[in-house]
Design a protein around this ligand. Structure first.
Ligand SMILES: [Zn+2]
Ligand SMILES: [Zn+2]
Length: 289
């Protein structure tokens, strides 16, 4: 298995629209591991479209408990279980992830119990280990290290950027955050920085067509990062590639990829990718685009 990053769902926010992209989830294949980062709606479909057998699920990491990052965590694991999952899955998430998982198990108790008896499946409850993490190094195994940095995403306080380091490459996910300069230190020298991004002109259009416009704009400006600012973090960090992800807005037909590129280019001259659902990014490549 060669290492790769797949952007399974690329939009910021939980709402979906006909023909539009899906909320946030990513797949990182590195060091022979398959790691799912965030489980927004559509993660299961995204994984199968990326040719990942669900029963091979191994590690899942949730950056924070906003629904566009966690809504499909339970359904993903449950579906993997019905697809033959037999080895334990570990889920790393912030405080509250365990309560989410127990709530999901409770909601699905009828189905889970009946399948154990009727189909002879292993007990799903025993197959999943939830580990609640905080800032710092959270995992180190077979040459793969995972560390977390608390970022600035009010009103959510337990929201973490993630850094994966392995001999095959290093990848940093900003998670959701307002412009947060300390991320540059955290991402220093990484091969890829996957950073959330909003586009100023798109936000104005988004706010104009939404009922509670002023309130929404206030939230977006306090809690998220403009593409130019994400580019500034990438520049200071000296990463190999910047990937703009969790796009806001993601489904405005008037907003083109070129506008995203132009915004990022104000502060970033290096390799650049604008996320789209299902897009594959190699961990290290020399192609210049
Ligand atoms: Zn989000
Ligand atoms: Zn969020």
């Amino acid at each position: 298995m060669s290492s790769r990053l797949v952007l399974l769902g690329s939009k910021g926010g939980p709402a979906i629209r006909p023909g539009g992209p899906w909320p946030t989830s990513s797949l990182l294949e590195i060091g022979g591991r398959r790691i799912v980062i965030d489980c927004g709606l559509g993660v299961t479909r995204g994984l199968t479209s990326a040719d990942v057998p669900l029963k091979a699920l191994d590690l899942i990491v949730i950056t924070h408990l906003h629904s566009d990052h966690v809504l499909e965590l339970g359904p993903l694991i449950h579906t993997a279980w019905t697809a033959g999952l037999a080895a334990p899955v570990r889920v790393f998430g912030p405080v509250g992830t365990r309560a989410y998982w127990h709530g999901f198990l409770q909601a699905m108790a009828f189905d889970i119990d009946i399948r154990i008896v009727d189909e002879g499946r292993p007990d799903l409850r025993a197959l999943v280990e939830v580990i609640e993490y905080s800032e710092g190094k959270i995992f180190s195994e077979n040459g793969l290290t995972l560390s977390a940095l608390r970022v600035d995403h009010p009103p959510v306080t337990d929201c973490f950027a993630l850094r994966f380091d392995h001999a095959e490459g290093s990848v940093v996910f900003s998670s959701d955050t307002a412009y947060f300069p300390p991320l540059a230190d955290f991402a220093r020298g990484a091969d890829i920085l996957v950073h959330e991004a909003m586009l100023a002109e798109g936000v104005d259009r988004l706010v104009a067509r939404t009922g509670n416009g002023a309130r929404l704009k206030e939230h977006l400006l306090a809690s998220h990062t403009f593409a130019e600012q994400a580019a500034a973090v990438a520049m200071v960090a000296g990463v190999g590639r910047l990937v703009l992800h969790h796009l806001i807005p993601a489904d405005d037909p008037e907003i083109t990829e070129n506008q995203w590129i132009a915004a990022a280019r104000k502060n970033w001259a290096g390799a650049l990718t604008i996320a789209a659902d299902g897009l594959v990014v190699k961990l290290t490549d020399d192609s210049s685009d």
